[in-house]
Write a protein of this length. Structure first.
Length: 258
C-alpha cells in the first residue's frame, strides 16, 4: 500500500502495544484515541499552511494529479494495496496460529483458517493481474515487509502473556484490518478487487465480534476499541454476523501454559 499506509500501520501497532499493556495493568486508556489516528487528522495537524480553496476543475490540465495505470490495468495505489493486504492477512493468520499453539483455544485456529482463505483470495488477485507474490514460499511468522515482521514479533510476544492479552491482540488486529480495508476501498477503481475487499471486510467484522465476545466469556473483561471510533465499533459489534467467517469460540483454552 502507499507509504502513508505503511507508516500508519506501524504507528497503530506501536500504540496498540502500549494501550494493551496499560489495559493489562488496569491503567485506563484515554478515550477517543481512534479519532486522533486518522490519516486526515494527522496530515492536517502537520501543517499550518492555509488550504488553497481554488476549485480543482479550474486547474490547468498539467496541474492535475497524475494517476498511473500499469500494463495490467491497475493503478499504483491498487497494486500497493494488493501487495500489502496479501501480507497483512497473512499476519493475522500467522499470529492466530501461533496463539493457538500457545493457548489451545479453538477460536484462534478457526479464525486462522478463515484468514488463510483471505490471504489466498488476495494471492489469486495477484496471480490474475500478473503481480509477483511477496509472500511466496514464506513460512509462518516470516514477512517481506519489515513493518509487518516487527508487528508479528511484538504481537505474538504480547499475546503469549495471558489468554486475555491474546484475545485483545486478536481484536486489535481486526480493528486495524478493518481500517486498512476501508481505506483501500476508498482508493479503488477496479470492481473485481472491490468485491474481494468487501468480503474481507465482512470477515474482519465477524472476527472482531468473535474476539470481543470470547474475551468477555473467558475473562469477564469488556474490550475497549483502540483504533475504531466508538460509533463505528458499536455499529460493528451490534450488527448480525455475515456468512463468510467462522464464529465458533469453543470451550476454555486447553493450552500448554498455566
Amino acid at each position: 500500500m502507499h507509504s502513508n499506509k505503511k507508516i500508519t500501520l506501524k504507528f497503530l501497532g506501536l500504540l496498540m502495544l502500549t494501550a494493551l499493556a496499560l489495559t493489562a495493568c488496569n491503567i485506563p486508556v484515554v478515550s477517543g484515541e481512534a479519532e486522533i489516528l486518522s490519516e486526515n487528522t494527522v496530515e492536517e495537524a502537520a501543517t499550518d499552511e492555509p488550504v488553497d480553496s481554488e476549485p480543482a476543475d479550474v486547474l490547468a490540465a498539467d496541474e492535475q494529479p497524475a494517476v498511473t495505470v500499469n500494463a495490467n490495468g491497475l493503478t499504483d495505489v491498487e497494486i500497493d494495496g494488493l501487495l500489502y493486504m496479501r501480507e497483512e492477512e497473512k499476519l493475522a493468520h500467522d499470529v492466530y496460529l501461533t496463539l493457538y499453539d500457545i493457548w489451545g483455544l479453538p477460536l484462534f485456529q478457526n479464525i486462522a483458517n478463515s484468514e488463510q482463505t483471505h490471504t489466498d483470495a488476495v494471492k489469486q488477485l495477484l496471480d490474475h493481474f500478473g503481480i509477483a507474490d511477496p509472500a511466496a514460499d514464506t513460512a509462518v511468522g516470516v514477512f517481506t515487509n519489515p513493518t509487518l515482521q516487527g508487528l508479528y514479533d511484538d504481537l505474538t510476544a504480547l499475546g503469549s502473556q495471558s489468554l486475555g492479552d491474546a484475545l485483545r491482540v486478536g481484536a486489535a488486529i481486526e480493528e486495524i484490518d478493518i481500517i486498512d480495508l476501508q481505506e483501500n476501498l476508498s482508493d479503488l477503481t477496479n470492481s473485481t478487487i472491490r468485491q474481494v475487499y468487501e468480503n474481507l471486510l465482512n470477515g474482519s467484522e465477524n472476527h472482531l465480534r468473535a474476539f470481543v465476545s470470547t474475551l468477555a466469556r473467558q475473562t469477564g473483561d469488556t474490550y475497549t476499541p483502540q483504533y475504531l471510533t466508538e460509533a463505528i465499533y458499536n455499529a460493528i459489534i451490534s450488527a448480525s454476523t455475515q456468512n463468510n467467517a467462522p464464529m465458533q469460540g469453543g470451550g476454555r483454552g486447553q493450552g500448554r501454559r498455566p
